[in-house]
Each structure stands twice: as structure tokens, then as C-alpha cells.
Design a binder for this molecule. Structure first.
Ligand code: FES
Length: 76
């Protein structure tokens, strides 16, 4: 995994090196597009479609993002 700082000094982690997809891209697709698994994610971006080495970490990021989102949702 490669870690870079973007212009705004945000920490980015490249998850899929074949397609230059970062953890932020994945989290954004989960929170804004409702992607809940890699198949859903592929509707929004090209990921895990070449060497496949990113498949496991991608699913872990999806799962942890869903968990984080559910912990901070308002309960009525
Ligand atoms: S690192 Fe994602 S397909 Fe190769």
C-alpha cells in the first residue's frame, strides 16, 4: 500500500494500485452511493478487476465504513 498526502494534507491510502483507487474513493462510494459490497462498488468504479490483490482490503474498508456509518446514525 502506498500512502500519500493530497493538496489538503489529507492522508490517502491507495488500495487498488492497478486502478489508482484510494480508501477515500471507496468510503465515498459506500456513504454516497450505497455500495455494500465489491459488486456494488464496481458499478461506480473499476476496482479489483485486474490482479485482484486489493479484493480483501476493499471488502474490509466497505464493512468498516458501513459499521462506522451505522454507529453514528441518529436513532429515532
Ligand atoms: S490492485 Fe486492485 S486489481 Fe490490482
Amino acid at each position: 500500500m502506498r500512502v500519500h498526502f493530497n493538496y489538503f494534507q489529507e492522508l490517502l491510502m491507495y488500495v487498488c494500485l492497478c486502478n489508482a483507487i484510494t480508501d477515500k474513493d471507496i468510503k465515498q462510494a459506500v456513504t454516497e452511493q450505497g455500495a455494500g459490497n465489491i459488486r456494488d462498488l464496481r458499478n461506480h468504479m473499476s476496482i479489483a478487476n485486474q490482479c485482484g490483490k486489493c479484493t480483501q482490503i476493499t471488502q474490509q474498508i466497505i464493512d468498516s465504513t458501513i459499521l462506522d456509518e451505522s454507529l453514528f446514525k441518529e436513532v429515532c
